[in-house]
Design a protein around this ligand. Structure first.
Ligand code: HPA
Ligand SMILES: [Zn+2]
Length: 337
């Protein structure tokens, strides 16, 4: 890739819409927090932990991801993790980020819901103040747990309603279809929360359709398997339902073998509102710019695609209209449009 294009990808303003904050926990920070909190890990060193990051599918990743999150206990831990991510996002010229968090991973271990939200939220406020980087929180339900447990988590979240912009659905996709959570998503919609769900990462296109029809989500996280269903693909394009695609995640979790096999170009050619995101950057080999760089190096993508992907990221976001217009104006100026 030529230097001009790689500079454009690095420097263009962008939004990140699919990033699990627990997936930004770098091995060094896992070890530092384990020591600070007296938590023992089954890995002897940072290197040994990093060597375990050879995944064969989503579940083999999730097992390690939940083990890594076990070092998080105090509000300061959640703050430090979030601050480390926001610094990297700022360095990648991310202007706006929507962060997923998984409260059940922590409340199950006896960590208070408020400890989780307050630590993450305080870091987002500091990023706003320091750099003007806007960030908001999307609370995910773990789909391998029951709908009843999701309802209980929603109850815990109600006192923090003003700190949460939306609801997502993550963890093991196969065998846990969207309809399992139809009622709790309906309740979240009544509360005025934005709705998204992981669908069509490992699961079939049918899960994308049921996420739209039964959960009424506004965006699909991943969604790369939509192309197996032409009618669904047309619907996503016509209704401008954004897909938050995570290229390095897809490769690490064996959804595609290599970067050159990714279907990003086909998704764009189908007229879909594609965005590029890092998913779990500490585990998958890079933050958002690295995802752009590796896709553009491997696929026939150029400057116009860069503009379109950055534009999509702001259009697909849940930011207020004046802020969106401000970011889009900055983007147009950057590209001289
Ligand atoms: O990519 C993912 N898929 C499902 N659940 C997750 N939780 C963190 N990352 C992921
Ligand atoms: Zn994800």
């Amino acid at each position: 890739m030529d230097a001009e294009l790689s500079n454009i990808l690095r420097q263009m303003p962008k939004a990140e819409l699919h990033m699990h904050i627990e997936g930004s926990l770098e091995p060094e920070l896992i070890f530092a927090l384990a020591e600070r909190n007296g938590v023992s890990l089954k890995y002897a060193s940072v290197d040994e932990l990093r060597r375990a990051y050879a995944f064969k599918d989503l579940q083999s990743f999730l097992d390690i991801y939940y083990a890594g999150a076990s070092v998080l206990l105090t509000e300061q831990d959640f703050y430090d993790m979030t601050w480390a991510y926001l610094q990297r996002a700022h360095a990648d010229n991310v202007r706006h980020s929507e962060l997923f968090f998984d409260p059940q991973t922590h409340t199950e271990r006896g960590v208070d819901f408020g400890t989780v939200v307050n630590g993450i939220y305080r870091a987002t406020q500091d990023a706003q103040e320091k750099w003007g980087l806007s960030a908001s929180l999307i609370m995910c339900f773990l789909r391998h747990l029951s709908e009843e447990e999701a309802f209980a988590t929603l109850e815990l979240a109600l006192p923090y309603r003003d700190k949460i912009i939306g609801i997502g659905l993550d963890s093991s996709e196969l065998g846990h279809p969207p309809e399992k959570f139809a009622r709790v998503f309906a309740r979240c919609k009544d509360l005025g929360l934005h709705l998204v769900a992981h669908a069509g990462e490992e699961g079939p296109p049918e899960y994308i359709r049921t996420a739209l029809d039964l959960l009424q989500v506004e965006r699909i996280d991943h969604g790369v398997r939509c192309l197996e269903d032409a009618e669904l693909t047309q619907r996503l394009a016509r209704d401008r339902i954004p897909l938050t695609v995570c290229p390095l995640s897809n490769i690490k979790l064996r959804v595609f073998d290599q970067a050159k096999d990714h279907n990003m170009v086909q998704l764009l050619d189908a007229g879909l509102v594609v965005t590029v995101n890092s998913d779990d950057p500490a585990y998958f080999g890079g933050y958002v710019n690295e995802n752009f760089l590796q896709m553009f190096a491997a696929l026939p993508l150029g400057k116009d695609h860069a503009y379109r992907l950055a534009r999509n990221s702001f259009e697909a976001s849940f930011i207020d209209q004046p802020t969106r217009q401000k970011y889009l104006a900055e983007l147009d100026a950057f590209f001289g449009r």
